[in-house]
Design a binder for this molecule. Structure first.
Ligand SMILES: [Mg+2]
Length: 269
């Protein structure tokens, strides 16, 4: 049984899914996450049920995403959209890291190295400081990052779930989703986005504006937080149950509504 009422699957959906805290429970360190083999299978089924219109939208790098879900290689936005692999496999990168980001990265990495338990993650187009293992450093880190970013007109800071992330303005999950929706096979479909964190709010706003469906997975430590998402689920497990039901129910609908030629291609020979 699903906890809150989520919408019934529609046959022309484009699915966009955040990874950490949405498809996977958050781990103490990003590389500690556990993927059960059922998840890549579920994503593969969902992708086919949506005619290939399923993309992962994450703060992780594409290379990390591919290791996590191997052998599956889905369309994906990495580093909040700084990198994007389109459905045709082409890679789009938003450009070289800007100078302001390089300077801040040096400063904050040096600060982090003197504070045990902080984990500095360089992602090329952005960087992140994780304080899940040393929550006592969270407030100091937040103050410092906020002060440094205030002097930069081209950067912004995102205050996430036990992580502070700094990235260029204009790179966000909403822009990444909009870019996918301008391309096949996403174009013309209703966007559905599930996420859990501050960086997902950009995605929720874009998808809401397009009349799509937005779902926030609650943070078990904080419970419900203010969010632009129109639906909420209490846990990663609840979202996975709903996605499994979507995969079950979308498949026949998509085939029934497909054009005759497409239907023929979709049927086993
Ligand atoms: Mg997340």
């Amino acid at each position: 049984m699903l906890d809150p009422p989520l919408p019934a699957p529609g046959d022309r959906w484009a699915l966009f899914l955040d990874i950490d805290g949405t498809l996977l429970a958050i781990a103490p360190r990003p590389h500690d996450v556990h993927i059960d083999p059922a998840l890549p299978l579920l994503l593969g089924r969902l992708g086919s049920a949506c005619g290939g219109a399923l993309a992962l939208v994450s703060g992780r790098r594409l290379a990390d995403i591919d290791v996590l879900f191997s052998p599956l290689r889905l369309p994906a936005a990495g580093v909040h959209g700084w990198q994007r692999r389109r459905a045709d496999g082409a890679l789009v990168v938003a450009g070289e890291p800007i100078e302001g980001l390089r300077r801040l990265r040096r400063g904050l990495a040096a600060w982090a190295s003197t504070h045990p338990g902080l984990l500095f993650e360089d992602k090329g187009g952005s960087f992140a400081l994780h304080y899940r293992l040393a929550p006592e450093h969270g407030p100091g880190l937040r103050r410092l990052a906020r002060r440094l970013v205030a002097h930069q007109t081209q950067l912004r800071m995102i205050d996430g779930r036990k992580v502070i992330e700094v990235l260029p303005l204009g790179i966000d999950k909403g822009a990444a989703i909009a870019a996918f929706l301008a391309e096949p096979p996403f174009a013309g479909r209703l966007p559905v986005y599930a996420g859990d964190d501050a960086t997902d709010e950009d995605g929720f706003r874009v998808v809401n504006r397009l009349g799509g469906i937005t779902i926030r997975v609650a943070d078990p430590e904080l419970g419900d937080a203010a969010s632009a998402a129109r639906y909420a689920v209490p846990s990663v497990a609840a979202l996975r149950r709903w996605l499994a039901s979507v995969a079950e129910r979308l498949r026949p609908a998509d085939l029934e509504n497909a054009a005759p030629a497409e239907r023929q291609r979709s049927l086993p020979r």
